[in-house]
Design a binder for this molecule. Structure first.
Ligand code: IMP
Ligand code: MG
Length: 179
């Protein structure tokens, strides 16, 4: 996959250090509570795996799959539930775990959806956030890294379903888009 990347933006080590910091904050903020971490498939799988293992708190994990994108690089704004939560979240302290917030359209829709089910609290933890996310009115409690407005892959993030298994986060070489 090396020749398909333009440059490494965040190394595996940088990501792990930051996730440990976020986990320490979450441990503190959710002490004495019983948080339910909700991951958004498929991108958040890798973040969830590492974030939860940096936590000392006991947590439950559930998953949703929504589609907001095709295989391209722009948000359509249309959100569809492909897989819903397994459990009722009434009264729960829900922490949504995301890989990246770009337009924020997916997330804003998801937060409204989860709050309408009677969750006690709904907060968000994302590994990456793009500047465009500032335009939508969503309050993101935990952010790993604010990055520039460019398309990135790796560490769970895909381009046309590829590159999710890269350990680093990087930008794509232009020949990948055009071939
Ligand atoms: P939003 O609705 O525009 O915030 O898009 C959120 C979703 O789009 C993320 O969960 C990703 O699946 C995808 N996405 C946005 N930007 C990128 C990127 O740079 N690389 C890979 N996927 C991205
Ligand atoms: Mg994606």
């Amino acid at each position: 996959m090396g020749k398909d990347l333009e440059r490494v933006l965040l190394t595996e080590a940088q990501i792990q250090i930051r996730l440990a910091e976020l986990a320490a904050s979450i441990d503190q903020d959710y002490a004495e509570r019983d948080p339910l971490l909700v991951g958004v498939l498929k991108g958040a799988v890798v973040v969830m795996a590492d974030l939860t293992r940096h936590l000392h708190l006991p947590v439950e994990v559930d998953w949703m799959a929504v589609s907001s994108y095709g295989s391209g690089t722009k948000s359509s704004g249309v959100v569809r539930i492909l897989k819903d939560l397994d459990r009722d979240i009434t009264g729960r302290d829900v922490l949504v775990v995301e890989d990246i917030i770009d337009s924020g359209l997916t997330l804003s829709w998801l937060l409204t959806n989860l709050r309408s089910r009677g969750a006690a609290t709904v907060e968000v933890c994302t590994l990456l956030r793009k500047p465009t996310a500032a335009k939508v009115d969503v309050d993101v409690r935990y952010v790993g890294f604010d990055i520039e407005n460019e398309f990135v892959v790796g560490y769970g993030l895909d381009y046309a379903e590829r590159f999710r298994n890269l350990r680093d986060v990087g930008t794509l070489a232009s020949h990948v888009y055009t071939s």
